[in-house]
Design a protein around this ligand. Structure first.
Ligand code: NAI
Length: 385
């Protein structure tokens, strides 16, 4: 019997393992792929490596006014992919090192829940005084006719391409959609974003989202667009009763993510599952005694740093400390070009909560550093009180 058995080695799971191990608990971590989860292997880290290289390329190409003459420059995708892989490998090794350092036992294989104290991997069962579920999420695939087309990729497969596409169609103008729109447009692909709402990036303030959309001049946005079907490399959508078709060498589905809760024995073990994920309280406790859930699988704040904090809260509670998870000031960053970041309640949310709201906006170009780097480019800083 271990003090703690954790299912899933992404940011939520490995942080919980590290913290619990550091406190002297006996810990077992079950992971079916590489440690680090989606964030390190197929998400945050690889996209940031690629985005950085694409932005460098664009800044160099357009940097003549800064004194950079860039003749016959090329973007070398295989080299950028190698850089990305090197970064990923180093970070995964870092997590392996931490597990070792804090005496966390790691079992590689697909785990499932047998009962509220027992997890199984293949024929082997493992018992824990406490269990933390951190099985993450996967791309949501809406029921669009033709979605099985070989041109359709998710954010996972698109990180393995070996050739730059001339044209990319991105379905969904959220965080994933816009980060890839930036990547491909920096590298001169024709990019179409098809978004069903009337503005991109629903996670952020509308005025910031609108400003970002305006700044991304080379991307073609199709807002309030209902995707009707995908036929091979063509995406047909309707808008105001009119139908249009756009074509891509790649069609990226970026329409949100779904918690991984199915076929893992959770429901059979009696766990409460909501449409967005496992139901948890502020202590990350599920309805089953001594069973916790952290990270994307809860469907709350699908961000790696939120998962870290949830993992920390669960371990603190398991260790007998008072702690709770709060979501009111989770910082966010969108690593597009231009970037945007924020923290706290938005203007609209604050108004909807019945608060008296004051806002102030300052254009970024009054800031000396911004002006030195970007000249009179748009962008602003907004404070909401
Ligand atoms: P998202 O929820 O941010 O955006 C999905 C978008 O797709 C929304 O704008 C939605 O209106 C649209 N959409 C949904 N169905 C559609 C349809 N049938 N046709 C057209 N548009 C449709 O989800 P996304 O971008 O997939 O990201 C998933 C999660 O990953 C998010 O929680 C996000 O916060 C996280 N993430 C965070 C990053 C960061 O912090 N920098 C980077 C990448 C992902």
């Amino acid at each position: 019997m271990y003090d703690l058995v954790i299912l899933g080695g992404g940011p939520g799971g490995y942080m919980a393992a590290e913290r619990a191990g550091a406190r002297g608990h006996s810990v077992l971590l079950i992971e079916k792929e590489a440690l680090g989860g989606v964030c390190l292997n197929h998400g945050c880290i690889p996209t940031k490596s690629l985005l950085h290289s694409a932005k460098l390329y664009l800044h160099a190409r357009d940097g003549e006014h800064l004194g950079i003459k860039f003749k016959d420059g090329q973007y070398d995708l295989p080299a950028a992919m190698q850089w990305k892989q090197k970064t990923v490998t180093q970070l995964v090794k870092g997590v392996e090192y931490l597990m070792d350092k804090y005496n966390v036992e790691v079992v590689h294989g697909e785990g499932r829940m047998v009962d509220r104290r027992t997890l199984a991997v293949r024929e082997e069962t493992y018992q824990g005084e406490h269990i933390i579920i951190a099985t993450g999420s996967r791309p949501a695939m809406p029921p669009i006719p033709g979605i099985e087309s070989e041109y359709v990729m998710t954010s996972r497969e698109i990180l393995q391409i070996d050739q730059m596409p001339d044209r990319v169609v991105i379905i969904g103008g959220g965080v994933i959609g816009m980060e890839f729109a930036s990547f491909f447009s920096c590298l001169e692909s024709e990019v179409h974003v098809v978004e069903m709402l009337d503005e991109i990036l629903p996670v952020m303030e509308r005025d910031i989202a609108r400003a970002m959309r305006k700044e991304m001049e080379s991307v073609q946005f199709h807002l309030e667009a209902k995707v009707e079907e995908i036929d091979e490399n063509k995406v047909t959508f309707s808008r105001d009763g009119n139908t249009s078709t756009v074509t891509g060498d790649i069609i990226l589905m970026a329409t949100g993510r779904r918690a991984n809760v199915e076929h893992l024995g959770f429901e059979q073990a009696g766990m409460d599952i909501l449409p967005e994920g496992i139901r948890v309280n502020e202590q990350m406790q599920t309805n089953l005694p001594n069973v916790y859930a952290v990270g994307d699988v809860t469907g709350k704040s699908m961000l790696a740093h939120s998962a870290y904090r949830m993992g920390e809260v669960a371990v603190n509670v398991i260790s007998g400390e008072r702690d709770r998870m709060r979501y009111g000031a989770v910082p966010w960053v969108v690593y597009t070009l231009p970037e945007a970041a924020g923290c706290g309640l938005g203007e609209q949310d604050a108004e909807e909560a019945g608060l008296q709201v004051k806002t102030a906006k300052v254009p970024m170009r009054v800031n000396g550093r911004f002006l030195s780097e970007y000249g009179n480019a748009g962008g602003f800083c907004k404070v909401i009180v």
